[in-house]
Design a protein around this ligand. Structure first.
Ligand code: ATP
Ligand code: MN
Length: 460
């Protein structure tokens, strides 16, 4: 019988021979027996294996060290030690891959900075094992949430010729020889010679294409990678990150906010339910109380506030901020944190932002100054979701584009959606890594994705 460690740990003592495969985390020797901890990533805790030294070749036992891979067979018995219910009395043991002493992950606590340099080994640590399992639960929950609610999963293109909203600098995709760039007479690059015959970029968002499917399939979602050449060296920005973007037709901003709240709570509940052991680990070693915070968030309704009201609250506190606010400016992380941590003490949805700080496609309010945007702000993190009701009135959209200097011809197909059977629709984008960060309490976004990409860093 061969099982994952997670299921072996749930077995009752019995005479059946069980086979465990994994990597040795630790080895402790006493006079007659050795104790090893075997981990295979299926759960945080390892299986304790007990080796009666007299029954094994000393040379074999010498090869067992932290990091080596082994196969062990034996019976599951009640453990005499206090740390575990059961353990394996090892009867047969094989070292598959030795692990010499220069293995970087010797038993001690390593800093996340050190582990980032060893990103190819860090899934073998408690922290990254736990992050990986939680991320997995959340990815699965993203799909189950939308599937249970009748949304259609859409794969929008990663290579795109349209700049969604100028959300951040884009990465260019080209096969032109950069040493020898073809040029037009006036000196500009001749993109007709490029692979697509025009300039192309990696997508910063699948929203515009998502909208085309929402206005046929009613409710859709995307879940895929997005790319932003952001030079910002923050703990919340990556150059490559995963985004979830639902889009709902016949849905106004009110519905949008309801979906966003329901969705976040569903994700958090899934983790509390499926990753109890990992969440206890995060609460003990990463961020005290993170588990209780999640529970609190799930139980309490999100607070709501218009941008104008938020500014009124923030203005009174201007001397505490690095960037003082007034109506019309962007709300930055320090302000977002103040609103969630000090004012509301829970997530806050801020709505109706000034049109000048938001994208062209957001529905204009009757005041002519604000748009039907909403950001979901989370304590500790700031913005976790950005969304809006879309401008579905053809004329209003065209004049808005002109107003901010976009050429409507570049968005001809997007405008056609407003020409042929237009409908109120809304959507939002959740940064997947920000959500994982929030749930785990991990401080830096670089530590919740296997191989973080950011300015000057593309290792592995
Ligand atoms: P921010 O102000 O934090 O940079 P944004 O306004 O650029 O966010 P949107 O364009 O609305 O964000 O993107 C939707 C969501 O994608 C954000 O709410 C956030 O969760 C996530 N996100 C945005 N940029 C990044 C990034 N560089 N790395 C990781 N996640 C991001
Ligand atoms: Mn941004």
């Amino acid at each position: 019988m061969q099982e994952r460690i997670k299921s072996i740990l749930q077995m009752e003592p019995s005479d059946a021979i069980v086979r465990a495969e994994g990597w040795v985390r630790t080895k402790r020797d006493s006079k007659n027996v050795s104790f090893i901890e075997i981990n295979d990533g299926s759960c945080l805790k390892g299986l304790q294996g007990v080796i009666d030294k007299a029954s094994f070749d000393a040379a074999l036992l010498d090869r067992i060290s932290t990091g080596c891979s082994i196969v062990a067979e034996g019976r599951i018995v009640a453990s005499q030690g206090g740390n575990q219910k059961t353990e394996m009395m090892i009867e047969h043991l094989e070292v598959i891959g030795d692990c010499p002493q220069d293995y970087p992950l010797q038993k001690k606590r390593h800093t996340v900075e050190f582990l980032r340099e060893k990103a190819y080994l860090r899934p073998r640590t408690n922290l990254f094992g736990a992050v990986t399992r939680v991320r997995n639960t959340m990815a699965y929950a993203v799909h189950s949430f939308f599937q249970e609610n009748g949304f259609m999963y859409i794969n929008t293109p990663l290579i795109s010729a349209s700049d969604c909203e100028g959300a951040g600098a884009q990465f260019q995709v080209t096969t032109l020889d950069l040493e020898n760039i073809p040029r037009q007479k006036d000196g500009r690059v001749d993109y007709t010679k490029d692979f697509f015959g025009r300039m192309a970029n990696l997508t910063v968002s699948g929203q515009l294409e998502g909208e085309t499917y929402a206005t046929a399939m009613k409710d859709i979602y995307t879940f895929g990678p997005t790319f932003r050449a952001e030079n910002s060296n923050t703990t919340r920005h990556l150059a490559e990150f995963w985004m979830i973007e639902p889009e709902m037709s016949f849905c106004t901003l009110e519905g949008d906010m309801e979906w966003a709240e329901k969705f976040l709570k569903y994700l958090f509940s899934a983790v509390l339910e499926k990753n109890e052991e990992d969440m206890a680990f995060f609460s003990s070693f990463v961020l005290p109380g993170v588990e209780d915070t999640l529970r609190h968030v799930i139980e309490s309704p999100f607070a709501h506030m218009t941008y104008t009201d938020a500014i009124a609250v923030l203005e009174k506190e201007n001397d505490r901020f690095e960037f003082p606010v007034k109506w019309g400016v962007e709300i930055q992380t320090e302000h977002e944190r103040f609103l969630t941590e000090e004012v509301a003490k829970r997530p806050v949805i801020v709505t109706d932002y000034p049109k000048d700080v938001k994208a062209f496609y957001m529905k204009m309010n009757d005041d002519g100054r604000t748009v039907r945007a909403m950001d979901v702000l989370a304590p500790r993190l700031g913005e976790i979701i950005g969304g809006s009701e879309r401008e579905y009135r053809y004329d209003v959209l065209v004049s808005r584009m002109k107003e901010i200097g976009l050429n409507p011809d570049d968005y001809w197909w997007y405008l056609d959606l407003r020409k042929y059977g237009t409908v109120p629709h809304s959507g939002f984008g959740l940064g997947f890594e920000r959500a994982v960060q929030y749930v785990t309490g991990v401080a830096n976004i670089r530590d919740v994705i296997p191989y973080p990409r950011y300015a000057k860093s593309c290792e592995y």
